[in-house]
Design a protein around this ligand. Structure first.
Ligand code: DAK
Length: 270
């Protein structure tokens, strides 16, 4: 049993593929409960959202990679031992589950690097991220039905949006999990990579996002996420407003000047 933090933070993250030195602008968060397949206890989600909030407020941080310690799991769910003794009343009043909702206010893009099991709350956590890099050994699923309950941290909603109603319905009603290739074919993950390269490939992807102008990155994330919250007419209006707003930034002037002058832009995040 580990007695240190439940979520390790490395900021800046190490460069991918042993390239040496840190990876500018990228933070690596690792759920560190490998003995419990990184099950997300109440304390784990609290630590995770606290770390993300700190990084979100740090102008040096441009992108986050979230992974699980070890090779067997991203996270095998919420901690069943903690859930077992709960009642409707304790779940409503405890506040612990509200920490999950705080993931939604993070403006930084988050890349999930998934090896092994991403089940239940682990699958929901991956889907709450913005991109998913899956190792060939990844397994995604919502097995809560086998425990006598249903997904409670967004699984019925996000899985359905990601892979469509009939596929989500089958997985949620039977508890079957799917491998990385099936997940990719269904549109759940961005890319499937050799298992041992999962973290490096996620860091690489995060590095490319971190090299982009940060205000535009945050605006883009917010606008893509608007899709699930609004009808098209309102979404288009919101996008236009965000587009207009970016013309008040130095990064817009710099980006367009650099294009004209045929040079690499320097982003200031303002
Ligand atoms: N919770 C606690 N411990 C877990 C765990 C989990 N979800 N998953 C695995 N472990 C622990 C095992 O108990 C075992 O511990 P020891 O017995 O060694 O002490 C250790 O990790 C290794 O697991 P196994 O021995 O079981 O390993 P196997 O290779 O045999 O099997 C497995 C791997 C992933 C197939 C199996 O461990 C498994 O079925 N795990 C449970 C998967 C699952 O049912 N996940 C869904 C949990 S329910 C909400 C937020 C979140 C949630 C709900 C609401 N709100 C915000 C409202 C989420 C709910 C869930 O995720």
């Amino acid at each position: 049993m580990s007695s240190g933090p439940l979520v390790r933070v490395a900021f800046p993250a190490p460069a991918p593929f042993g390239a040496g030195g840190p990876l500018a602008g990228v933070a690596l968060l690792t759920i560190d409960r490998p003995e419990a397949l990184n099950a997300v206890s109440f304390a784990t989600i609290a630590e995770l959202v606290s770390s993300l909030s700190v990084l979100d407020a740090d102008p040096e941080c441009r992108c986050v990679v979230l992974t699980g310690a070890g090779t067997r799991a991203f996270a095998a769910g919420a901690d069943i031992r903690e859930l077992a003794g709960q009642t409707p009343g304790s779940l409503r009043s405890g506040g612990a589950f509200e920490r999950w909702d705080e993931l939604r206010v993070i403006g930084l893009p988050i890349v999930a690097a998934v090896r092994g099991y991403a089940l239940g709350g682990g699958c929901e956590l991956a889907m709450a991220c913005d991109l998913i890099v899956a190792g060939e050994d990844a397994q995604f699923g919502q097995p809560e039905i086998k425990l006598g309950v249903i997904p409670g941290a967004g699984g019925t909603q996000r899985l359905t949006r990601a892979i469509g109603k009939v596929r989500a319905m089958e997985l949620i009603l039977t508890g079957r999990s799917i491998g990385a290739r099936e997940a990719a074919a269904a549109g759940l993950v961005n890319l499937v990579v050799p298992a041992e390269e999962t973290l490096d490939r996620a860091l690489e992807l995060a590095g490319r996002i971190a090299a982009m102008p940060p205000l535009a990155v945050r605006a883009a994330k917010a606008m893509v996420n608007r899709v699930d919250e609004t009808a098209l007419t309102q979404g288009l209006a919101d996008e236009r407003q965000a587009f207009f707003d970016l013309f008040a930034t130095e990064d817009q002037s710099e980006g367009m000047a650099a294009f004209t002058e045929k040079r690499t832009p320097t982003w200031r995040g303002r």
